[in-house]
Design a protein around this ligand. Structure first.
Ligand code: FES
Length: 149
């Protein structure tokens, strides 16, 4: 049994301690907002926050997150910044197919919490690991600039 703190709630998980957090979230805890894309830390679809920092949950064994604060897309709206980002995403109609967007939102919140007014370079650096196959990068950038106003 491993004790995980997810979105402010404690969960006892009966899973191998090297099981990736992504699959514990999706399969054991039925929190399916965090998406599987590549499984190799390359696409960003599985991004969650650990202690406020964005991480790829597909390559994060649960033993590495025991006792740390995990935030997923299901919980990010509980913070004022997370709520603001999600509202702006809807308002500006950022997603096309939407599959990568939970990871994009998690990356965006992490960026804005560290750099409230990011430049294009800051955005490129923070968001370039989050792949969008629909190519919604201009909309993501517009949303981040609007959030910085
Ligand atoms: Fe984790 Fe692609 S599924 S980075």
């Amino acid at each position: 049994m491993i004790s995980l703190n997810i979105n402010g709630k404690k969960h006892q998980v009966d899973a191998p301690d090297d099981k990736p957090l992504l699959w514990v979230l999706r399969d054991d805890l039925h929190m399916t907002g965090t998406k599987f894309g590549c499984g190799a830390a390359l696409c960003g679809a599985c991004t969650v926050h650990i202690d406020g920092n964005p991480v790829r949950s597909c390559v994060m064994p649960i033993k590495a997150v025991a006792g740390r604060k995990v935030t997923t897309i299901e919980g990010i709206g509980a913070t004022p910044l997370g709520q603001k980002v999600q509202r702006t995403w809807v308002e500006l109609n950022v997603p096309q197919c939407g599959y990568c967007q939970s990871g994009q939102v998690m990356a965006a919140v992490a960026l804005l919490s560290k750099i409230p007014k990011p430049t294009d370079t800051d955005i490129d650096q923070a968001m370039s690991g989050n792949i969008c196959r629909c190519g919604m990068y201009p909309r993501i950038r517009r949303a981040l600039h609007q959030l910085a106003d």
